[in-house]
Every structure is written in structure tokens, then in C-alpha cells.
Design a protein around this ligand. Structure first.
Ligand SMILES: Cc1cc2nc3c(=O)[nH]c(=O)nc-3n(C[C@H](O)[C@H](O)[C@H](O)COP(=O)(O)OP(=O)(O)OC[C@H]3O[C@@H](n4cnc5c(N)ncnc54)[C@H](O)[C@@H]3O)c2cc1C
Length: 232
């Protein structure tokens, strides 16, 4: 467990409402793909405080730390949105057990919106380490403009024949030739088998709905791993 300051090297507007910050990883520390850290920023917010748990979106195989957040009106997010290269942020962690099972045979990742962050870390790690896991990401968003890391996942698909990204859009499907609607039983069946391990991440309502759907499809509890992004 570390508790120290890191320097921002780059910020990036990932989508219209998602901001990424890349931090310099001088003193490497161990973390597992999928874990999160507690970020502390210099803000006064008596109601919601100056810390938030944020998943590490980079892989331990990369030489930087990446966090991506959906920007809201909260003091914390407004401060995060204003960060620039050279600024410092405090991080505590890593924490969490929502981590990649490195010896899994088949994984289906079910994600919604900003709930994609731990999956970027896991899929990038499996790709860089050439792990022999058949992986499918089923990623649900309202519109094409909401898809986070589209280019990153395209590149991982190119590098890793065992990985496939499947996007589904629920609202604005103008000029969209891919899947539409919420993640459904039919979509899950299309990309899974009896051997599949499922990971679900997103807002609590979505995680509950998908985990209930999997249970209704007789997927054993031990094959369902979840991370709820409380606060959405
Ligand atoms: C393990 C974990 C990993 C996460 N990773 C990410 C990430 O990678 N990217 C990202 O954008 N977000 C992530 N989140 C969510 C993030 O921590 C914030 O809660 C969220 O971004 C909302 O923050 P905010 O400042 O916009 O709103 P807030 O000021 O926090 O307010 C939003 C509303 O939610 C309520 N709320 C806040 N926190 C909680 C809580 N823990 N439980 C119940 N209610 C709460 C507040 O009281 C308020 O009503 C993660 C959460 C968890 C638990």
C-alpha cells in the first residue's frame, strides 16, 4: 500500500464528458489489473469530501498511471477537470479484489459508460502479457460519442487475436451498424459458453440488473465478478 503524491504528465479529453489524467510513474509499485486507488485533491467539499475511489485504467505493463472520470459539477470533478501537466495529486492504494483471473480460459466483460476503466487495465495487461484468455468486451453506451477508449481497444484487437470488442448503443443509433439496445441475454449467449467467467462494472443499477440476468441464465455465482461504481 502506498500513500504518496504523483505528478500529472498529460491530460486528455477522452469523450465529451470523460477526462483522463496520466500520471508519472517514477517509483513503480505493484498493482493488479482491475484494482482502484483513492485519489485526494485539494478541494473543500463539506458534503462529499475531497477523495474518490477511482479504478486504475492503465495496465501494470505500462509506464504511467491512467485515471479516467466522468466530469460532473462536483467540486472534486471540477478540480480534476482543471488539472494540468505538472500538477500533483495524492493517491492511496492499490485496493480491491476485482482483478483479472490470469489463468481463466474465457472472459466476457460487461461494461457501461465509465465502468470501462478497470477493463482497459485488464485487457491491455492480457494483451501485453500474451495471456491465452479468449476475451470479449460487451460495452454499452447511449451514443457513439460516449464510447471511451475506442481507439485503444481497436489497437488491442489488432494485436490480440483472442480479444473482441462489441459495442451496443441504447439511444442515438444514427448511422450505427453495430448492436443496439441494452446488453441482453441474446448478446451474452452469442459470445459466451459454459466456461465463461463474467466481469461486470458500471453504475450500481446496471451491475445489479446484469448480475440478475446472468443468474436467471443459470450462470453460477462464482463465475460472476462485479464492481459497482457507487456515486452514479
Ligand atoms: C471501486 C470504485 C471505482 C471507481 N472508479 C471510477 C472511475 O474509474 N471513474 C469514475 O469516473 N468513477 C469511478 N468511481 C465512482 C467515483 O468514485 C465517484 O463516486 C463518482 O465519480 C461520483 O463522483 P462525483 O464527484 O461526480 O459526485 P459526488 O460529489 O460524489 O456526488 C454524487 C452523488 O453520489 C453520492 N455518493 C458519492 N459517493 C458515494 C458512495 N461511495 N456511495 C453512495 N453514494 C455516493 C453523493 O452523496 C451524491 O449524492 C468508482 C467508484 C468505486 C466504488
Amino acid at each position: 500500500m502506498i500513500n504518496s503524491e504523483f505528478t500529472v504528465v498529460e491530460t486528455k479529453q477522452e469523450t465529451h464528458d470523460v477526462e483522463s489524467i496520466k500520471l508519472y510513474l517514477g517509483n513503480k509499485f505493484d498493482f493488479k489489473p482491475g484494482q482502484y486507488m483513492i485519489m485526494e485533491l485539494d478541494v473543500e467539499d463539506a458534503e462529499n469530501g475531497n477523495t474518490r475511489p477511482l479504478s486504475i485504467a492503465s495496465s501494470p505493463t505500462e509506464d504511467f498511471l491512467l485515471f479516467s472520470t466522468k466530469i460532473s459539477q462536483s467540486f472534486f470533478k471540477q478540480k480534476l477537470d482543471s488539472l494540468k501537466a505538472g500538477d500533483r495529486v495524492k493517491l492511496k492504494g492499490p485496493m480491491g479484489v476485482f482483478v483479472l483471473k490470469e489463468d481463466a480460459k474465457e472472459i466476457v466483460f460487461l461494461g457501461g459508460g465509465i465502468g470501462i476503466t478497470p477493463f482497459r487495465s485488464m485487457i491491455k495487461y492480457a494483451t501485453d502479457k500474451k495471456l491465452q484468455i479468449k476475451m470479449t468486451l460487451i460495452y454499452s453506451n447511449r451514443a457513439k460519442k460516449d464510447i471511451v477508449y475506442f481507439d485503444d481497444f481497436n489497437e488491442m484487437e489488432r494485436q490480440n487475436p483472442n480479444f473482441k470488442m462489441v459495442n451496443t448503443l441504447t439511444d442515438d443509433t444514427t448511422d450505427w451498424k453495430g448492436k443496439t439496445g441494452r446488453i441482453s441475454e441474446a448478446m451474452i449467449k452469442e459470445f459466451s459458453s459454459e466456461k465463461t467467467l463474467f466481469y461486470i462494472c458500471g453504475p450500481p443499477g446496471m451491475v445489479d440488473a446484469l448480475s440478475n440476468l446472468l443468474k436467471s441464465m443459470n450462470v453460477p455465482q462464482q463465475d460472476i465478478r462485479i464492481e459497482k461504481f457507487a456515486g452514479y
